[in-house]
Design a protein around this ligand. Structure first.
Ligand code: 8X3
Length: 262
């Protein structure tokens, strides 16, 4: 009988770099990977937030360090990458949505920024760390895309286009580096309630942000997604979870969401 797939406990986990680790899915993923034994490197623009989380993880007996990094700043990313000879895991989580306007009226600057963070940011960090991921002997690149990377919805085009870009980056990289000891995992979450995602999307408008989740019994949490990422990363190195779509039970598609009436 074939043995049941299991987390690979025979290897000593190495360094795991997480971008956008100041909150939400990134912070929860850093926690998950630290608990799985990785030495986590938390990066985000908000230095105080990653420093606080790194301190908390260190106090809890994990190995964690913080690094202030804007993934869209290629020179800064290259400098960051020089600190590492070997990296086991890179989680490209930094990104997000700006606006929910129709194509007819969407702000091109929002579109540009979303492409910069979700696609170019992922490109920058992945390119810079690919030698160290390869040198590790068993590297894993995670791209946290979105269900928006796989289907569109009204008002979503700018974000949807950017997340399709992140999906294509992951898919193409997987083709190009096959045969090297690096796998590429794409995690595509649907509706996740984090403290920042919808608020950022709507420029700090809490009322609009709340409407995203109105009546939805249980949107995913950052921990749900982090759990999925940690699971995929801790499969044995020859197992490549190419693409994993994860949604709350109440969401059947990007546009089919069950909402309880108030
Ligand atoms: C988040 C999913 O539906 O807000 O990446 O685009 S959605």
């Amino acid at each position: 009988m074939p043995s049941t797939p299991h987390a690979d406990t025979s290897r000593k986990p190495g360094i795991a770099v997480v971008t956008g680790a100041s909150g939400g899915i990134g912070a929860a993923t850093a926690r998950g990977l630290a608990e799985a034994g990785y030495r986590v490197v938390l990066t985000a623009r908000r230095k105080d937030r990653v420093e606080a989380l790194a301190a908390e993880l260190t106090d809890a007996g994990h190995s964690a360090m913080a690094y202030a990094l804007d993934v869209t700043d290629r020179a800064a990313v290259d400098t960051f990458a020089t600190a590492f000879q070997k990296v086991a895991v890179l989680v490209n989580n930094a990104g997000g949505a700006l606006g929910a306007d129709p194509v007819a009226t969407g702000d091109p600057e929002d579109w540009r920024q979303m492409y910069e963070t979700n696609v170019i940011g992922t490109l920058n960090v992945t390119q810079a760390l690919l030698p160290a991921l390869t040198a590790s002997g068993d590297g894993t690149v995670v791209v946290v895309s979105s269900t928006a990377g796989h289907a569109t919805y009204e008002g979503g085009a700018g974000y949807v286009a950017a997340k399709h870009g992140a999906h294509v980056l992951a898919e193409t990289l997987r083709l190009e580096i096959v045969g090297t000891p690096v796998r590429v995992i794409e995690i595509a979450p649907g509706m996740v309630r984090t403290e920042g995602f919808a608020l950022t999307r709507f420029g700090g408008d809490a009322e609009k942000a709340a409407k995203v989740y109105a009546g939805v019994a249980e949107p995913l949490t950052a921990e749900d997604v982090a759990d999925t990422i940690t699971w995929a990363v801790t499969r044995p190195p020859h197992v490549n979870v190419d693409l994993l779509v994860v949604r709350p039970r109440a969401q059947a598609s990007n546009t089919k969401v069950h909402r309880e009436q108030p």
